[in-house]
Design a protein around this ligand. Structure first.
Ligand code: G6P
Ligand code: ZN
Length: 541
């Protein structure tokens, strides 16, 4: 029997990046099946199509992959290209979709959220360009989840996901591929691997923390096997279902082991970490933390030193909450710079239209048009290639960059797991007062403008409203507030703080000190601590 009756579940609305829920929610009978069938239906069915399938190795990933394969077979798909063991990093999945000319793909991951039976799971659909489904598709999926009455699933033994090669599942072909090889080959086309081998030969020391998540096998293959970095350069290199208890989010809070090493006396020259599904990155030098916004700006300013970008960039895009550091580089290079809402999917149209080749977000995401997802190891290789070409340390590169462009002091303060109503009321009150704020003085700062960000996609004209509150102060400082679209528990309030300092104003202050006036102004304007009773943010990046 392939047809199974079902009833809709509430809450199958994809967020910033697919559907994310507690794993046990996904494990309920029919929950995953409903969402997958709704996805197939919303993209016009999968009859005769080829899809890519894989995930970050988290708990329930293999079971979910087996279910999806049987559903794809029952829905008439021609071929499923699956990463061995149901493993594929997000950028590797994006690459495979593009390289193999697949019709789309399904990625099983909750990205940087912890994994395990009591943690998070997620399912995301990507389009034939290799990028996340746009809002028109995710809304159609959501619509379909609300009216679904049956799904199709083949009653068949589990296909073998561990042996490379092709097997049949009903009429469909299951092709199990090495999850790493095609991605590592793509990296060889973009970067100067010879220069990087020489760098490691000369004694350059690097620490790559894969946080027990999916980049482990990719990083070992690329850095240790192909580039000759010493064995052990990559730590936490084996993907584990619960990420070894780690919270695989590469930021100073969650990647604290790496932070401690990089800030210590025996720090290696270069450090990096990536997240659960391998699309995020954090960059560090000995004693130096590079903020994601600064990292994007440095990559933009130095991309011409990397073979894959030697011909220059087409344009640059950043999400609205990301600092304007990259805008200054774009201006100096005479490049267009786009400001999009949070979420990698907004970059896809710009890349497909050939308007931009480099994109980045403050949320530890950087990437280029080599795929249609952000790409953690790509960013690490960009930095390595730039370090090799410039023969400078990370700290020297930052100092040089700020001396040339000025510094956008930047920090993000997160208040996690707030009661949803409390968070919404707080921002609702701010929305109601936005107009009155302009021209007012807060903690010695005058408000130059205040609005709620809306974006009109220049390629397809689609409009996205309600994308975060922006309060700009005279002199170029600003505060942005928005609720996270990726959390699974309560509401997470993100407060993005930024202050521009040209060289004479001092380039080497502690960011929290440099941003103290904006922090105080935000508290006066919004009253976060007062209303939530929290003493301070849970995470500072
Ligand atoms: C995911 C998306 C990113 C986005 C980030 C932050 O990682 O892929 O594009 O910037 O989430 O989302 P949030 O809504 O939690 O701030
Ligand atoms: Zn991710």
């Amino acid at each position: 029997m392939t047809r199974h009756e079902t009833q809709p579940f509430d809450g199958q609305k994809p967020g910033t990046s697919g559907l994310r829920k507690k794993t046990r929610v996904f494990m309920q009978p029919n929950f995953l099946e409903n969402f997958v069938q709704a996805t197939f239906d919303a993209v016009g069915g999968v009859q005769g199509k080829t899809l890519v399938l894989g995930g970050d190795g988290r708990f329930f990933g293999r079971e979910a992959a087996l279910t999806i394969l049987k559903m794809a077979a029952a829905n008439g798909a021609a071929r499923m290209i699956v990463g061995q063991g149901a493993w594929l990093s997000t950028p590797a999945a994006s690459n495979l979709i593009r390289q193999r000319g697949a019709d789309g793909g399904i990625i099983l991951s909750a990205s940087h959220n912890p994994g395990g039976p009591d943690e998070d799971f997620g399912v995301k659909y990507n389009m034939s360009n290799g990028g996340p489904a746009p809002e028109s598709v995710t809304s159609a999926i959501h619509q379909r989840t609300q009216e679904i009455t049956e799904y199709r699933k083949l009653d068949a033994p589990d296909p073998d996901l561990d042996s490379l090669g092709e097997t049949g599942l009903g009429e469909m072909t299951v092709e199990v591929v090495d999850p790493v090889a095609a991605y590592a080959d793509l990296m060889e086309t973009l970067f100067d691997f010879k220069a990087l081998r020489d760098l490691f030969d000369s004694g350059f020391r690097m620490r790559m923390d894969s946080m027990c998540a999916i980049t482990g096998p990719y990083a070992v293959e690329i850095f240790e096997n192909r580039l000759g970095a010493p064995t052990g350069t990559v730590t936490h290199a084996t993907p584990l279902p619960d990420f070894g208890g780690m919270h695989p989010d590469p930021n100073p809070t969650w990647a604290h082991e790496l932070m401690d090493e990089m800030m210590g006396d025996a720090a290696p020259d270069f450090g990096a970490a990536s997240d659960g599904d391998g699309d995020r990155n954090m960059i560090l030098g000995a004693g130096t933390y590079v903020s994601p916004s600064d990292s994007l700006a440095v990559l933009a300013a130095n991309a011409h030193l990397v073979p894959g970008y030697a011909g220059g960039l087409k344009g640059i895009a950043r999400s609205m909450p990301t600092s304007a550091a990259v805008d200054r580089v774009a201006e100096a290079l005479g490049l267009d710079c786009y400001e999009t809402p949070t979420g990698w999917k907004f970059f896809g149209n710009l890349m497909d239209a050939g308007r931009v080749s480099l994109c980045g977000e403050e949320s530890f995401g950087t990437g280029s048009d080599h795929v249609r997802e952000k790409d953690g190891l790509w960013a690490v290789l960009m930095w390595l290639n730039i370090l090799a070409a410039r023969k400078m340390s990370v700290a020297e590169i930052m100092a040089d960059h700020w001396a040339r462009f000025g510094r956008n002091y930047y920090s993000r303060h997160d208040y996690e797991a707030l009661p949803i109503e409390q968070a919404e009321t707080m921002l609702g009150d701010l929305r109601a007062r936005l107009g009155d704020l302009v021209g007012s003085e807060v903690e010695g700062l005058s408000v130059a403008s205040a609005d709620e960000f809306a974006y009109t996609d220049p390629v397809d004209g689609s409009i996205s409203r309600g994308q975060g509150f922006r309060i700009l102060f005279e002199g170029g400082s600003r505060v942005v507030l928005r609720l996270s679209g990726t959390g699974t528990e309560g509401a997470t309030l993100r407060v993005y703080l930024e202050r521009y300092a040209p060289e004479p104003d001092g380039l080497d202050h502690d960011p929290q000190e440099a941003l103290a006036p904006m922090i105080a102004a935000t508290e006066t304007l919004v009253g976060i601590r007062e209303r939530t009773g929290r003493a301070g943010p849970d995470v500072i990046t």
